[in-house]
Design a protein around this ligand. Structure first.
Ligand code: GDP
Length: 317
């Protein structure tokens, strides 16, 4: 890839898009194109068409999406389905119309069946029912992946698809109603430690298992795949290791110095019991994660921005 190539990073204000911009800049790419959602509403077909006609990007990294944790996914079900379908349809179609050389689409590990064999291989897609709490988001992401596959088979487009596991890192969402579990626990335990609170509430039973990847590792994997992968098959991106929510709570309690009690709120849903990705395809392509969970969490906890990154609930609308 030419360092002057024009690369459009869609969703650069999000945690993933921002990490992609940092990684590309660090690698020396100097012709990045970005737009905030206020400047360009990716759900608007005509606006996206005008943008592509004006900018003519050569590469597109599609990290723009409506995202959130289990409660947000389960509550704003229409938004998660509609917004994601519109964003990805517009960006993929315009990438085709304007002859983009390569597009990278970001999916999610929640696209796989709720009870997929573990660890989950890319081939397990569409082999069983989805987890109900995030079905609309998963359906949208599956459609995005299939869109890329279909443009490749019908038009020969070099559109690749990447399925990251649960992510965390700088720029995460710390709103306790809409966030994922990891930022929620960092915030809850840090605040409880600071206020000497007697108990912290963790949602669900604590038994679900989740895999966590630092977003800087994901960005590095994406750059690796941009440079070295042109295949039709999706590629899982993860660490290949998972832990229970209870173990995560214990780790966060330790790292934040919280000595108090942990209470599980059984009224909150557990979601998928387990979604550990099989990362052998990625390892076969020569990429391996670098940032372990403990190290990554320490990094986030010591970074200055983490508590100020709270997104208001209104950001979802
Ligand atoms: P998921 O991976 O799509 O299920 O999304 P989340 O990251 O939101 O939730 C993962 C698991 O952590 C679920 O079993 C949640 O019930 C559990 N969990 C425990 N405490 C929390 C919390 O404070 N916030 C969130 N979002 N999840 C929590």
């Amino acid at each position: 890839m030419d360092y002057n190539a024009k690369i459009y990073v869609a969703g650069h204000r999000g945690m993933v898009g921002a990490a992609l911009v940092r990684r590309l800049r660090r690698a020396g790419f100097n012709n990045l194109v970005v737009r905030t959602s206020a400047e360009l509403d990716l759900r608007n077909q005509a606006a996206v068409a005008d943008f592509f006609a004006d900018e003519q990007p050569e590469y597109v990294l599609l990290a723009a999406a409506r995202v959130g944790g289990i409660h947000a996914n389960n509550t704003f079900r229409a938004d998660f389905l509609y917004d994601n379908l519109m964003i990805q349809s517009n960006v993929v179609q315009q990438s085709h119309v304007h002859g983009v050389r390569k597009l990278l689409f970001l999916g999610s590990s929640c696209i796989y069946p709720r009870l997929a064999p573990q660890p989950i291989r890319e081939e397990h897609l569409l082999t069983g029912p989805l987890e109900p709490t995030n079905e609309p988001y998963a359906i949208a992401k599956i459609a995005g992946l299939k869109l890329c596959e279909a443009y490749r088979s019908q038009h020969g487009s070099n559109f690749i698809t990447v399925m990251p596991t649960n992510l965390y890192g700088p720029g995460d969402n710390y709103n306790l109603e809409t966030s994922h579990v990891l930022p929620a626990l960092l915030r809850k335990f840090s605040e409880a430690a600071a206020q000497a609170a007697p108990a912290v509430t963790v949602w669900g039973t604590g038994t679900p298992r989740r895999e966590f990847l630092h977003v800087d590792d994901l960005a590095d994997a994406c750059l690796h795949l941009l440079r070295h992968y042109d295949g039709a098959q999706p590629v899982n991106v993860g660490t290949g290791k998972d832990i229970t929510i209870q173990e995560l709570a214990d780790l966060v309690a330790e790292l934040t110095g919280y000595p108090g009690e942990v209470v599980f709120d059984f009224a909150r849903p557990d979601g998928t019991p387990r979604k550990l990705l099989d990362v052998s395809r990625l390892h076969g392509l020569g990429w391996h994660h670098r940032i372990g969970l403990r190290e990554g969490l320490q990094q986030v906890l010591t970074s200055a921005d983490w508590l100020h990154a709270t997104q208001p609930v209104a950001a979802l609308h």
